[in-house]
Each structure stands twice: as structure tokens, then as C-alpha cells.
Write a protein that binds this ligand. Structure first.
Ligand code: MG
Ligand code: MG
Length: 606
């Protein structure tokens, strides 16, 4: 389908925005009036630039406070409109967005609004353009798309149609199903935005927190389905007001925006209701969700301290890579690669996460279609080549085939170690990554769209130096869970510790074995254990035993969770977790205690 983006979504000058939109592969743009007014480029220069970039100019927006006004005021509206229609002729733009009145409406009457829209429509027709009337979620009288459509119907003019904006409809909880009652030819324009599910006034929510599709909590697949079933044939256009996108790299944001529409088109394409449509949505190579984590890779100049920690957790040294400066440690199906290549002066950080996917070739094709940047690593003869892509947070994501019951196919590339004995660990439960604040939403979309993971609701965890925003994306089966975190400003993103949590069916045995081998678990305060007794009615002896091993504990209605953390080395630490029953959380209270225990004043306070 044709795609478009409102210039307000992007940072920079109007010409920067047009360049970025074209480079990201958009077909057109909506011209946001303040961007044009502030631009040094004349309308004719904008037209010439757009033509050179192969962009169409799809919409001029917004035209405010037009309807529900007194006749005296409407004279002023017509005068303003004539000037804008003349400007649109210079720009060659055929459609103007007219928002429902917010400020000047005094007459709450559909007939009055309809008659005024009809007269605007006549004026538009005289200039060879048309108007698309949109109900703002905070319109003075008209704040519902169904009422806006009723007014358009009453206006009954071929140059008057409606504009649907997913934010205005879904933020108010209005049922989008009635969109299907609007003739497609009267839906003059479609604006798409997602948003986090927040409880706040809709104006502030809209102006500051809109997100690209797939990054928030709205069901945009269902929404777009209604619009397409209505017979809409215009472009899918993004209109996202967001404080972060206004200041981040324009090329990167444009690509993120484009990815969101590729993902959304695929979401609706799979319903196959539009095979005969003139411009049907394009689908991506279908992939099953990953069945397991394949491996994690820690990279550092010297990973020696990580090797010690892994030994204490029960991992076996499986050998050195035959051609790379990397070592493999395994414990059952949990695999950790310690890589010292290209890591001069680096303290240990999480460099890569491998996923086991049913069809790595299809998954890689999907990633490329979503314009994920490929990662190239030098591979030598006879080595398994796993496709890899760089996530927005910098993590390299590898896509490997499911491991056999014995081991992953690439494991024999590591030589000179020991075989893997029977194991207490049953795999990798979750991986916790840090994303810089400016690419958090992009990271959520990246992982969910590439891998077919679903986002859960986000949480905020208090740390001594800030609130850590945390978002889990996971497979439906729970076999792969990624927690994405925004580091507080006191940390630079590369310094905020990330972690791998290994799963076990006997966390006490793993902890005891680790302590016997010299592990000093993260120090958890006695106050935590006193609170634990109060919360869960545990015996003092039970809690003392947990404290001795640094174990933490949480429960919910369906089960419980016992776990412990290691100390942090550079930018990484490990966790071992045992889930019982249907517990699906991560010990939310415990994460705050953990962040306080990890806090070393002065270390990360720049
Ligand atoms: Mg809008
Ligand atoms: Mg964790």
C-alpha cells in the first residue's frame, strides 16, 4: 500500500524531513503547516524537492476552528480557508485536514456544522481541492468520529469527506467497528498512531506520547482492518507527535516509522480479506516465535572474571573456538560465549543474543524486509553461518536453527574443553537489556516485529538514581523473554548493567553449589527478609536459609518465584530463577531491592 508520514513526526527542517522520509522509502508526506511556515523554502521549492525525491504531497494540515461558529465568525473562517486553498494550489496538494472545533465553537448543532463544512467544500471545489473533517478527541462539541461522519453526510458535498485518526478514536475507547459503515470513497484520509496506554488528559497524551504502530498499546491491526473493509484506498499515513522523535536522528526515526508500517501491513495482510483490493497490503515472510534462546555472548578485553562466575554457577568449559578468540561455557541447554575479539579496553558487556528459530532463512528474510541492519562477522570454512542483525540498543541478534537434544550445531567449533555433564540449569529464562532513552520504543518494535514476540504492559522500577522503565517482550509459550530497560540518566546506556537469567528446577541447589564454589551472591538487606516474612507468612528458619544464599522470593495468585543475583562484572551480572506454578513475573519488588544493592554511589553519578 502507499505510505505517507506527517512532517511533524520528524526532527529537523522541512527539507531534512522530506529527505529522510524519501530515504526511508515513504511514498508521500503530509505537510504540517508550522513546518512550512518556518521553512526558508518557498512552496515551489518544496514541490521541486518533493518531485526530485519522488515524494507526493498528500495532505495539508491542520486547519482549525472552522465549524460550529457564528455567521460573523464564519466569514473569517472562509477568508482563512481561501488563502490556504490558494497555497495548496501552489503546493499541488489536493486535500486539507479540517479538525473539529476546539476553541471558537459556540453552536452545538450538527446542521450548523454541516452547512459550514458544505460552504467550505464549495470554496475548496472552486480551487480544485477537497477537505477531510476529523473529530479531535478533545473537540469542543465534536469529539467522536461517528459524529464527524454524520456531519459530513449532512454536508453532502463531493469535496467534503472525513479523516480518520486512530489516536482520536482509540484514545477515547470508541468502538472502531462503525468505520465499516462509512463508504470508503468518503474516507479522504487515514492517520495512524499508536500510544502507550496511559491515564491522563487526551490532549497531553496526544501531543507528547504518540508512538509509531506496534510501539504502544492500541490494537492497530483491528483498526486498520475496519478501515480497509470500508473500502479506503488512500495512503497509510503516520501522524505521531512525540517529544523524543522531535529531537532524535531524523534518518533513524524515519526508518523506524517505515518499519512500523511494514509491520502493520503484514498484520492485516495475513487476514487475506484484501486479495482483490487494487493496492493490497504486503505481507512479510511468516515466522514462528523463537523456541528458545540459543546463546548469549559476553564481550570484553578480558572475560576472565566472567569465566570464574560461570564456573561457580555450574557451567562447564566446553572449549576455545578453533578460529576466533572466544570460549564457550555450557550448563545443560544454557550456553554462554565469552568473546575477546575486537574488544580492546572493553569491560564485560552483553554483545549478542542468539535465538533458536524454526527457519533461520525465513526469519532473516523477514528481518531484511523490516529493514533491520545486518551484522557481518568473519566466518571461516566449515563454520555455521548464522544470520545476524543489529538491534537499536546495539545488541547483535543471531538467528539459529533449533538445537538438537544434544547441542547446538555450532558447539563443535569449540575445542579442547570438557563434555557437558548432567545439569541443574534448564536454559535461559530471560535476558535483560538496556536501551538508551532515545531508542527504547524503537527497540520494542524491533524485537516484537522481527521475532514475533509480544509486548507486555510496561513497568517502572525505582532505583536509587532514577526510575527504570522496563518493558518485557516475550514469546507466547514463555520460552523467550526479553526485558528492555531505559537506564536512568545517571548511567550512560553502555554502563547500565544487563543480565542473563538462567532457569532451574532447584534454585537452592544451584545457589548452594555456587556458594560452595566461592560465589558471593549480591548482598540483600535484612529488611527485605523481614518484609518477606510479613508478606508471605514464612517461617523465620525458612527465611534465614534464603538469606544465607542471597535468595529472593515473590508470589502471585498462580505460583511463586525464587531467584538470586550474582555480583556485577563490568556491565553484566547473572541471575538464576526458579518458577513454580503459573508465575509469569520477574520479581518486580525484588528488582528495586536489587538495583539498590547494586548501587555504588559515585560510580555512575556523572
Ligand atoms: Mg490527526
Ligand atoms: Mg531478571
Amino acid at each position: 500500500m502507499r505510505t505517507s508520514i506527517a512532517t511533524v513526526c520528524l526532527s529537523g527542517t522541512l527539507t531534512d524531513k522530506l529527505q529522510a522520509a524519501a530515504n526511508a522509502g515513504f511514498d508521500g508526506v503530509e505537510i504540517f503547516e508550522p513546518d512550512l511556515v518556518a521553512s526558508q523554502a518557498s512552496p515551489e521549492e518544496v514541490v521541486a524537492l518533493a518531485a526530485r525525491l519522488g515524494l507526493t504531497l498528500d495532505l495539508y494540515q491542520p486547519f482549525r476552528d472552522a465549524d460550529g461558529v457564528t455567521e460573523a465568525e464564519f466569514e473569517g473562517v472562509l477568508r482563512r480557508a481561501r488563502a490556504k486553498f490558494a497555497l495548496m494550489q501552489r503546493l499541488g496538494i489536493g486535500t486539507m485536514l479540517v479538525c473539529s472545533n476546539v476553541a471558537t465553537a459556540t453552536i452545538d448543532d450538527d446542521d450548523v456544522s454541516a452547512s459550514q463544512l458544505r460552504r467550505l467544500g464549495e470554496e475548496a471545489a472552486a480551487h480544485g481541492v477537497r477537505i477531510a473533517y476529523e473529530a479531535l478527541a478533545w473537540g469542543r462539541f465534536v469529539d467522536d468520529y461517528r459524529r464527524a461522519w454524520r456531519i459530513v453526510e449532512l454536508a453532502d458535498h463531493e469535496s467534503v469527506g472525513t479523516c480518520l485518526d486512530s489516536f482520536h478514536i482509540l484514545s477515547r475507547g470508541h468502538d472502531p467497528a462503525a468505520i465499516e459503515e462509512i463508504p470508503g470513497s468518503k474516507i479522504f484520509f487515514l492517520q495512524l498512531a499508536d500510544a502507550p496506554l496511559l491515564t491522563m488528559d487526551v490532549l497531553s497524551w496526544s501531543r507528547h506520547h504518540r508512538l509509531f504502530p506496534g510501539e504502544g498499546g492500541f490494537d492497530l491491526g483491528a483498526f486498520l482492518g475496519h478501515v480497509l473493509r470500508a473500502g479506503y484506498e488512500g495512503p497509510l499515513s503516520l501522524e505521531v507527535f512525540n517529544d523524543i522523535f522531535r529531537q532524535t536522528d531524523v534518518a533513524r526515526t524515519a526508518l523506524q516509522a517505515r518499519r512500523s508500517l511494514i509491520w502493520l501491513e503484514d498484520l492485516v495482510a495475513s487476514t487475506s480479506a484484501w486479495e482483490s483490493a487494487p493496492d493490497p497490503p504486503t505481507s512479510l515472510p511468516a515466522v514462528a516465535e523463537p523456541s528458545a534462546f540459543d546463546f548469549v555472548e559476553v564481550r570484553a578485553d578480558d572475560t576472565g572474571e566472567v569465566d570464574v562466575l560461570l564456573g561457580q554457577l555450574g557451567f562447564t568449559f566446553r572449549g576455545r573456538h578453533r578460529s576466533k578468540d572466544a570460549r564457550l561455557w555450557t550448563e545443560g541447554p544454557a550456553r554462554v560465549v565469552c568473546n575477546e575479539q575486537h574488544a580492546r579496553d572493553r569491560t564485560p558487556t552483553m554483545a549478542a543474543v542468539g535465538f533458536e528459530v524454526a527457519d533461520p532463512t525465513a526469519s532473516a528474510a523477514r528481518a531484511r524486509a523490516l529493514r533491520a541492519p545486518a551484522v557481518y562477522r568473519r566466518t571461516l570454512a566449515n563454520e555455521q553461518e548464522l544470520p545476524a542483525f543489529r538491534a537499536p540498543d546495539g545488541t547483535e541478534v543471531f538467528l539459529g536453527p533449533p538445537a538438537s537434544s544434544a547441542d547446538a550445531a555450532w558447539v563443535p567449533e569449540f575445542e579442547g574443553g570438557h563434555g557437558g555433564p548432567s545439569a541443574l540449569l534448564t536454559g535461559i529464562d530471560h535476558v535483560n537489556l538496556a536501551a538508551p532513552w532515545q531508542c527504547f520504543d524503537e527497540a520494542v518494535l524491533f524485537y516484537s516485529s522481527l521475532l514475533g514476540l509480544a509486548a507486555e504492559s510496561s513497568q517502572e522500577v525505582p532505583a536509587p538514581n532514577g526510575l527504570v522503565r522496563s518493558q518485557v517482550v516475550r514469546s507466547a509459550s514463555g520460552s523467550c523473554r526479553l526485558a528492555l530497560n531505559v537506564a536512568p540518566l545517571a548511567w550512560d546506556a553502555s554502563g547500565f548493567p544487563q543480565h542473563v537469567a538462567f532457569s532451574t528446577d532447584d534454585v537452592e541447589a544451584v545457589a548452594r553449589r555456587a556458594v560452595d564454589r566461592g560465589l558471593v551472591p549480591l548482598a540483600i538487606p535484612q529488611n527485605y527478609y523481614d518484609d518477606l516474612m510479613a508478606r508471605f507468612d514464612l517461617a523465620a528458619t525458612e527465611v534465614e536459609a534464603m538469606a544465607a544464599l542471597g535468595l529472593l522470593h515473590d508470589r502471585d495468585a498462580s505460583g511463586d518465584f525464587t531467584h538470586f543475583y550474582t555480583a556485577t562484572i563490568g556491565g553484566i551480572f547473572f541471575e538464576v530463577v526458579q518458577r513454580r506454578g503459573g508465575y509469569e513475573g520477574y520479581g518486580a519488588t525484588d528488582a528495586g531491592v536489587r538495583l539498590a544493592a547494586q548501587h555504588r554511589p559515585g560510580l555512575a553519578s556523572h
